[in-house]
Design a protein around this ligand. Sequence first.
Ligand code: PHB
Length: 391
Amino acid sequence: MRTQVAIVGAGPAGLLLAHLLAADGVESIVVESRSEEYVAARIRAGILEQSTVDLLRASGLGDRLDREGDQHHGIYLQWPGERHHLDFVELTGRSVWVYGQTEVQADLAAVAHARGQEIHYEVGDTALHDLDTDRPSVTFTDRSGAAQRIEADVVVGCDGSFGPSRAEVSSAVRRTWEKTYPYSWLGVLAAVAPSTDELIYAWHPDGFAMHSMRSETVSRLYLQVPNDTPIEDWSDDRIWEALATRLGHGQDGWTLTPGPITDKSVLPMRSFVQTPMRHGRLFLAGDAAHIVPPTGAKGLNLAAADVGLLAPALVAMLRKGDHTLADAYSETALRRVWRCTHFSWWMTTMLHTSGDPFEAELQLSQLRWVCSSQAGATGLAENYAGLPIGF
Ligand code: PHB
């Protein structure tokens, strides 16, 4: 097979890249180790920031998002006895949308199907070759077990932190940074109307809790739990009890309505960055180059921002022979990556209890400052609602 861009990974980064390239006349082939059903169903992020929504709309992917997505003006931040609303629109003129990654993925899969995008699912033994030359390639075994090769001008790794792409950046230049947090999230989906109009981030001595949502009938909730917590320890009743305590059920007349839990999982919390995001004819985008902890909902947005920079860079390179943007890609993308890495770390460490009483007082002081100072609130709002693409 021969194409212009071989894309490894059919998650949101890979499919959005294929879509943006196709809109500018650049062809691609996508390979994915998982099944189409698995990729479509996995439960991930739920919040789109302003610049992601702008990018999706500008590329013709805004229709269902505008119909079914729920625009939120801000979030609630709380600790025992106090709940404060931060209004991002008032503070920064920007907002966020509740529209799940599964919905974005469904929209991307639908447009890929409509334009006849070549995607190979359930491939094995994916390997990247000749990335230092102008004729890189990707080899794999397809679903039927046959060996395949894609020759391309460029390879893009959108294959997450477990995919083969990121290890291809030469160890002579590769740098990595990693932080594992001493707690995890227990996340549940519940078939019940959200008990709040906008997301609640709650600091509590028992640990962080969050009330998010996916729709008018589906709530998404999280609890801080110790690492390696056996999920069997968390019965539905115990989860709802902990959520009620930490989210402040009964406080100022607010109530949490429990409902049937339809999905339950434990998510580790990790920060990871690998540089550079380019090696020869290989470019990395999304989780292949960086992982953020989920607090602040930056993972999907950062992947979209990478692709929003990379697509025009590849179009200029492959259609006009202009390498300027491609040469600047890694450095430009990493400015935003480090901003989001800091913001996610800051939100995480401000809201999760470590058991250290000194840290707890600092967290509460920080929360009070964010909620009472225009400067503090604006800083959080600017980062949460998202800096413009190209920041
Ligand atoms: C989610 O709805 O899954 C979600 C929302 C906000 C976050 C993290 C996760 O900060």
